[in-house]
Design a protein around this ligand. Sequence first.
Ligand SMILES: NC(=O)c1ccc[n+]([C@@H]2O[C@H](COP(=O)([O-])OP(=O)(O)OC[C@H]3O[C@@H](n4cnc5c(N)ncnc54)[C@H](OP(=O)(O)O)[C@@H]3O)[C@@H](O)[C@H]2O)c1
Length: 344
Amino acid sequence: MHENKASCMRTQLIGLGNVGKCLMRLLAEKTEALQALGIDISVVSISDSKGTAISEEGLDPAQVLECKRLGWKGFKQYIKGYSALEAIRQMDGDVVLELTPSTRNGEPGLSNIEAALSIRKNVVTANKTPLAIAFGRLMKLAERNEVKLLYEATVAAHLPVFCLVDSCFKADELLSVQGILNSTTNFIISEIERGTDFRHALNRAIESGWTEVDYSDDVDGIDAARKVVILANSLFKQHARIDDVRIQGIENVEKLVKLARKKNKKAKLICEILTTNGKLNMIVAPKLVSLDDPLATINEGDMGIKFTFKTSQQIFVSAQFSGPMQTAYAVLNDIIRIQACTKK
Ligand SMILES: NC(=O)c1ccc[n+]([C@@H]2O[C@H](COP(=O)([O-])OP(=O)(O)OC[C@H]3O[C@@H](n4cnc5c(N)ncnc54)[C@H](OP(=O)(O)O)[C@@H]3O)[C@@H](O)[C@H]2O)c1
């Protein structure tokens, strides 16, 4: 095994929830693997909604997780009231990891990302709304300041979407995208197929921790539509907005599940981007899917995406999704990609 000398990357984590905690666990678990790649990641600040833990030398992941569990009691490095924005602006850091909730107005993520890019810090995010609201503006800001804004985890967690298209299909022409991109609704539909009614299936999804903070974002198709907007802007170079997407949620999906059974098909919440004469048609809606369509094989909380390219034709990728550890892995992979770019 070849060994590279590790150069230290100073990261600032914003959001120590499901994904943020898993990321801290991963950093502790993968220290050796990262060092073998020449990567040494130090976390110099961690902000949650009430304050920020700081250490110029780097915080210890295991200690931080334990102190967060205890409400930061007695942890001297945690400064109550010291906000993420202050930490971004005042502390020395190379990469900001934005993992706050995907809220309807994009905040606080949008301000955090803008502040970081403005002072030439790279950003990795899993937060969808800042990108669904201001993709073009944020990407331009990153480009102007010669830093990276990476967002693989925003669409279908760890399933390779942007890095796949970027690394394998750069010179091809993408004609359409069809996917199952919201794990919560797919989980609910699988529960309904097993005979659970919609309300109970939704409660099971909430109890199992599948839903967004505001579960109506999942059920009403809003979360899926945000992903469609990010895909349209990133892969089709559009200036799409959420209002451009025709959205229908799964509130009345029970009837469709029954119909699907009769017709020997599957009911799925399908995200679609179709191109007609250079114009994009973006749709999120429950649909009947025939059993020979690979999307029919995506059950439970899993996700899948079908790309149709002019030359390469149909490419289908899917991923089993079991929770935020996989999302955290996608974030870690983006941090590694930033390190690779800055080394060139
Ligand atoms: N869960 C997944 O697998 C998954 C998959 C793909 C994308 N995502 C996206 O990833 C992001 C994080 O998801 P999650 O499940 O980890 O969310 P979460 O469990 O709700 O955690 C959110 C974290 O953000 C913190 N926060 C809230 N407001 C803040 C503020 N003003 N300043 C600083 N910190 C603030 C919260 O602080 P407190 O701890 O003080 O409450 C919490 O630590 C979301 O945007 C989500 O849509 C998640």
